[in-house]
Every structure is written in C-alpha cells, then in structure tokens.
Design a protein around this ligand. Structure first.
Ligand code: MG
Length: 202
C-alpha cells in the first residue's frame, strides 16, 4: 500500500507557513513503514529538534482505479479516519531551502499516525468537522468544507499520475494551528465527536 499526502489544502494553513495557495494539489508520499497505528507511542527521532503535528482527515481506498472521473470518485473510498502527518519542520525547512525533496522530513518511520477507521456512510464529505487536542487543549480545528481541493477532485487528480490500490491511504491536508510536540505530550484526534486517535510522544 502507499500513503499519498496533500500539502497546503487549507488556505489558512498555507498562510501560516507563508506558502502560496496552490493552483493544483501538491502531492507527496510516505512509505508503508511510516504507519503508526493502534494507539502506539511516537518516539521523538534524534534527527530533529522541531517535530510538528498536522491533523488531517484520511481516506481509505476501497477500489483499484486509474484515471478516475471526479463524478465517480466517491465510489473509490468508503472509510475515513483522522491521522497525523508528523513533520520534522526544521529538516523540512533545510530541504526546502536547498530545493531538495522532503522525504527525510515527512516520510520517516512512524510519521503517519493513523486513528481508527469509520465507514464513510453517514458523513457528508463536504462537511466533516475535526479537531486535535494536545494535553487536553484544542490546538487544531477544521472542517472539510474549507478544503481547497475536495476529496473527489483529489481522487481524480491523483489517479491521473498514480494507480490507486485497495488499502491506499490519502492524507487530505491540514488546517491552521500546526505546532511542535515535546516528549510527554499526548495528542488526541476527533472526527466530529468520535475519538479516533490517541498518541503519546516519548
Ligand atoms: Mg500535512
């Protein structure tokens, strides 16, 4: 399986990092070794001094597809969760300055924290609220009605370049409020009022 991530898909987050709002979805990937599931702890890696959380709605692909048309895209995902796109912001800044790829800042082991999945039924893809707390305090809130590129648009766009396989995950981007974690912090993620994710930083 592969993990496809979208950067800068909420205008308020693009602004907070002084990035332009993109004209097309900005895509990067993580390998399957990045997955951190089942409420396991996240171990702070030695190569960074500025690890950030980015809370994101995650879609699970349920049908293989290439060149999927946007009007059929909703048939290609049937489960949804909340995930964290863990980012070594200091390493990312160095890579960006050099014009180098992001992988060592974004795709390292355990950088794709994933919560429990729920069936997509019952959710309106264009109106899903979510939030993240750190040590009990809300640090990020978002709603998919603020997405620059909708789920269906993303599926169509991504599948032009990459064949989608059953089980692939799509991290759909983070809203404003990203920030650092420290050893001892606990992150909890919610989709609506459903508690789907818990992660302790060690
Ligand atoms: Mg992200």
């Amino acid at each position: 399986m592969k993990i496809i991530c979208i950067g800068r898909n909420y205008a308020d987050h693009a602004k907070e990092l002084n990035n332009p709002v993109p004209k097309n979805p900005m895509i990067f990937m993580k390998p399957d070794t990045a997955i951190l599931r089942k409420r396991r702890p996240f171990y702070y890696p030695e190569f960074s001094k500025n690890i950030h959380y980015e809370a994101e709605v995650v879609l699970k692909i349920c049908k293989n597809g290439k060149h999927v048309e946007e009007k059929f895209a909703h048939k290609y995902y049937n489960e949804i969760s909340l995930g964290l796109d863990m980012t070594a912001r200091d390493v990312q800044s160095e890579q960006k300055a050099k014009g180098h790829p992001w992988e060592i800042a974004k795709a390292f082991d355990s950088s794709a924290v994933i919560g429990e999945f729920l069936p997509m039924e019952g959710y309106d893809a264009k109106n899903i609220g979510f939030h993240l707390t750190k040590n009990g305090e809300t640090v990020q809130t978002g709603n998919t009605n603020d997405l620059i590129f909708s789920f269906d648009y993303l599926i169509a766009y991504i599948s032009k370049y990459f064949k989608l396989h059953i089980g692939d995950l799509i991290y759909t981007g983070t809203p404003a409020g990203v920030g650092p974690v420290a050893i001892g912090d606990r992150l909890e993620g919610f989709l609506g009022d459903q508690h789907l994710l818990s992660c302790e930083i060690r």
